[in-house]
Design a protein around this ligand. Sequence first.
Ligand SMILES: C[S@@+](CC[C@H](N)C(=O)[O-])C[C@H]1O[C@@H](n2cnc3c(N)ncnc32)[C@H](O)[C@@H]1O
Length: 414
Amino acid sequence: MDMTRFEQLLKQTMGLDAASIGSAAVERAVQERLSACGLADAQAYWERLCGSSVELQELIEAVVVPETWFFRDPAAFVALARLAGEEAPAQAQGVLRLLSVPCATGEEPYSMAMALLDAGFPANALRIDAVDISLRALARAQVAVYGRNSFRGSDLAFRDRHFIATAGGHSPTEAVRGLVQFRPGNLLDGLVAGTGLYDVIFCRNVLIYFDRATQDRAIAVLGRLLAPRGWLFVGPSETALLSDHGFVSAKLPLAFAFRKGPAPGSVIKLRATPAPPRPVRAPAPVAAPPRPARPRVAPPATAPQATVRAEAATGIAHAQRLADQGHLAEAASHCEAHLREHGPTADAFNLLGLVRDASGNTGDAADQYRKALYLNPNHHEALIHLALLLQKQGDAAGARRLQQRASRLQPGGA
Ligand SMILES: C[S@@+](CC[C@H](N)C(=O)[O-])C[C@H]1O[C@@H](n2cnc3c(N)ncnc32)[C@H](O)[C@@H]1O
């Protein structure tokens, strides 16, 4: 069956590039709908499709990929809590406005709500809009009963805190559900005119289904919806696109967070990733882990120190890039090799902690953050990440202590 006209229609209406899911998947969807309509052939179905917006929506429902789960790419939610916390003073008079598009069956916007509630944001300071083209996915989001597939990874402490067990699965509490407003919308139509600007937009794992021209259109829409100092989160395979559109990475490993690039002549302050040097008289670490082992492979005695430092920085930047691209195992190996070859550094332990965290190995993640803090008790990122990890594990007092330490640091210190 020639699928060309069906593929073109899907591209025009929802942006789908058939190559991203395979022409066979489009053909299966057309066959399925053709049979459901009781029609004889593709020509008859084409005529039905062209005359019926209801049938067009049915075909869209048959091709969408609503694959999602709670706290997918968890570092993004850690970063959300942190960045929103830093922006909160600017929001003091108002409400932090967030958008999840596409939200699929709701796991993403509910995760945003949980992350911000856990970070101490009051419910009345938050508003989360959640938009998707699939009416079926939105209906499931509103029913909000989730089975095992929505809970992946080993750290499910959030489920104990924010869900109620029901006959069909688990449902978020009213406190979480009340923060999210769902509505249908097409990213390519600019969603709904006059929605106002968002402080945070999650647009993850949909641009990968578009061709380049459609991706450009979608990013232009997102740029219009995002407040000048807002944050845009994308999926692991979508980061290169943002840089091409003048967005600047937040440089938070595995968070895939971006901000609009500075307008000519203005300066946007991004928190630098490298940590400040350890103070001469440092406060005691939270718990004193064993001092990390000396490097097994020393740098060549003849190498100038500046060259060694430059190589070390390049190595950790490479590990971070791998992590940002979602290659967690390789990123971890690079961090470990970096630690072996260049000796222990707080940045390397912090990155390894994030990679472990994102892989669901929270026990090891906590150890790595603690090692980072042992080397540099003022490592802001490690303090924040360990605080959020402890919070998730139910150690509210430990989390609060670390958050207080982080907030006492100089603004702008890493
Ligand atoms: C893989 S899910 C991503 C869900 C979530 N953002 C995540 O990362 O887990 C892709 C979703 O994109 C939605 N979608 C596809 N094209 C869209 C469009 N043009 N506008 C809005 N939603 C769209 C689909 O209905 C599907 O629910």
